[in-house]
Write a protein that binds this ligand. Structure first.
Ligand code: FAD
Length: 490
């Protein structure tokens, strides 16, 4: 049977975009269906990754400017800068990323159809445009990459004016004086530190015993100590019972209880940001018609090849659930295309092994592999090596001395098992450790190679020496410490 396309991709975010690019490399005919009339690239460019990182970059710049050059009148950043200034910073970045995606799509001869994509049967997709005109296309394969949306709270409504979610906060037209964030994960910490850099007084109401439970304990303690010096107050184990407007005091009131104190507490604020997780964009796309299965939270079930219950329909990106990252979605989309068109290069590639995490807070946090606590739980005898950013010449030069890089390695053979970093460029720096780990390398790599100087990468060298010293101090002769590393590579 002849079809209009080899693959129709519903959603142009990282998963859909990268599947399209890869499929054209296999000389396949591709159609991307995108619901947004104006943008391509999904929430990666329009509502999530790029806009939030542009906001961060502007806030960091303002914070650095404010702390470097002071202000004789003692004004806060929000009194010197306005959201319009930040928008001016963000706008050209978003425009250029949008153009880049559009250019790539045109250059690679991928066709696009603007409108709502719905699966009619295993080989047909219907597209309804914003004038309600419907058109159907036939295809050999389908990729569902419709992404996710913010989940909604149970006991109050998001009005997108005073009570915001993680997408509507990016549309704020002013820098708030006060902000309450209900949440405990990565997006919470990113927005908390970004707005605090702009002078906003931030209160975090976390429903967990702490923030970012997956972090290395030492990095978390360091983060908590930094947060304390900023305008950020954290309440753990909270339950928010009500949000009300106080017209007299022209503010919003957030009522909450903590597990340790059952009395009702109230915090006054200008805005509330609710960060309660993600829900998949699966409504109205025809899953039931073809019998595609989802898990209890509604995310689409797929096998190792990203295939759904229907053999020629695949799903990738946020719509299949965790880890819900643009970085991961890019690789998933590419792998999906390889599986779809029988390219064996994908057979041995895994997305779920040793993914680095990047938290774009101020300062940045990133890591990969085992934390010290995880290694101990697994009964692996590890040592650690640390480098503090205030010992790095490059960090001194840039006045970015807040930070630490920590290496976790096997004591017996010095094999690198984990890298955990807080400080500027952490999410870039982590990749050097990732490469060494991917090749089963040892921490000797960092002391035996010449690394550019001055760089933030010097932290690896300092941390490696620090780690070797620790093994030496535990009673092993230094010469023997160095010989340990040969057991893996030799
Ligand atoms: C505030 C924030 C910050 C983030 N920061 C980072 C970060 O720093 N690093 C990182 O790796 N990730 C980050 N992410 C996550 C990242 O944005 C997502 O993981 C990624 O965009 C998911 O890609 P996707 O392809 O699955 O879907 P999306 O990017 O969500 O794209 C889905 C697309 O499908 C379209 N669509 C939906 N339904 C239909 C339909 N029926 N028909 C046609 N089109 C449809 C939508 O319009 C959208 O364009 C962040 C997310 C947020 C919200």
């Amino acid at each position: 049977m002849k079809f209009d396309y080899d693959v129709i991709i519903i959603g142009s975010g990282p998963a859909g975009f990268s599947c399209a690019m890869q499929s054209t490399k296999f000389d396949k005919k591709v159609l991307i269906v995108e619901a947004s009339v104006h943008t391509l690239g999904g929430s990666w460019i329009s509502k999530g990754t790029v806009p939030s990182k542009a906001l961060r970059a502007a806030a960091k710049l303002i914070q650095s400017f404010n702390s470097q050059f002071g202000d004789e009148k003692g004004r806060r950043p929000y009194e010197r800068f306005r959201m319009e200034d930040i928008m001016e910073y963000k706008k050209p970045i978003l425009e250029s990323k949008n153009k880049q995606v559009k250019d790539d799509i045109i250059k690679n001869e991928v066709e696009t159809a603007r409108g709502w994509g719905k699966i009619i049967d295993a080989n047909t997709v219907e597209v309804t445009n914003n004038l309600n005109h419907k058109k159907t296309y036939t295809t050999k394969n389908i990729l569902i990459s419709t992404g996710s949306s913010p989940s909604v709270p149970k006991n109050f409504d998001i009005d997108h004016t005073k009570i915001l979610d993680y997408t509507s906060i990016l549309e704020l037209t002013h820098i708030p004086r006060r902000l309450v964030i209900i949440g405990s994960g990565v997006i919470t910490i990113e927005f908390a530190t970004i707005f605090s850099a702009l002078g906003t007084r931030v209160v975090i109401l976390s429903d967990l015993p702490g923030i970012l439970p997956f972090l290395d304990g030492e990095i978390k303690q360091y983060l908590i100590s930094i947060i304390k010096t900023r305008n950020i107050q954290v309440f753990n184990d909270t339950t928010v019972t009500k949000i009300a407007t106080n017209d007299l005091r022209t503010c919003e009131e957030v009522y909450f209880k903590t597990q340790s104190d059952p009395r009702m507490q109230v915090v006054e604020t200008d805005h509330i940001l609710y960060v309660g997780g993600k829900k998949p964009n699966t409504n109205g796309i025809g899953l039931e018609t073809v019998g595609i299965k989802t898990n209890t939270e509604g995310f689409i079930n797929v096998d190792n090849s990203y295939r759904t219950a229907v053999p020629n329909i695949y799903a990738a990106g946020d719509v299949i659930g965790q880890p819900s990252l643009a970085s991961v979605s890019f690789l998933q989309g590419r792998l999906t295309s390889s599986h779809m068109f029988g390219n064996s290069s994908a057979d041995n590639m895994m997305v779920d092994r040793d993914i680095p995490y990047g938290i774009y807070s101020i300062p940045e946090i990133s890591g990969i592999g085992l934390t010290e606590e995880m290694a101990q739980e697994l009964g692996i005898n590890v040592s650690v090596g640390r480098a503090y950013f205030d010992n790095l010449t490059r960090a001194d030069l840039n006045h970015d001395t807040e930070g630490i890089l920590k290496l976790v390695f096997r004591t017996d053979n010095l094999q690198l098992l984990g890298v955990h970093i807080m400080g500027e460029h952490a999410s870039d720096l982590v990749h050097l450790g990732q490469s060494v780990m991917a090749h089963n390398g040892t921490i000797k790599y960092f002391i035996e190679r010449v690394l550019n100087y001055p760089t933030y990468g010097e932290a690896y060298k300092i941390a490696a020496f620090n780690g070797l010293n620790r093994v030496h101090k535990s009673g092993v002769k230094y010469k023997n410490v160095l010989e340990r590393g040969n057991q893996i590579n030799g």
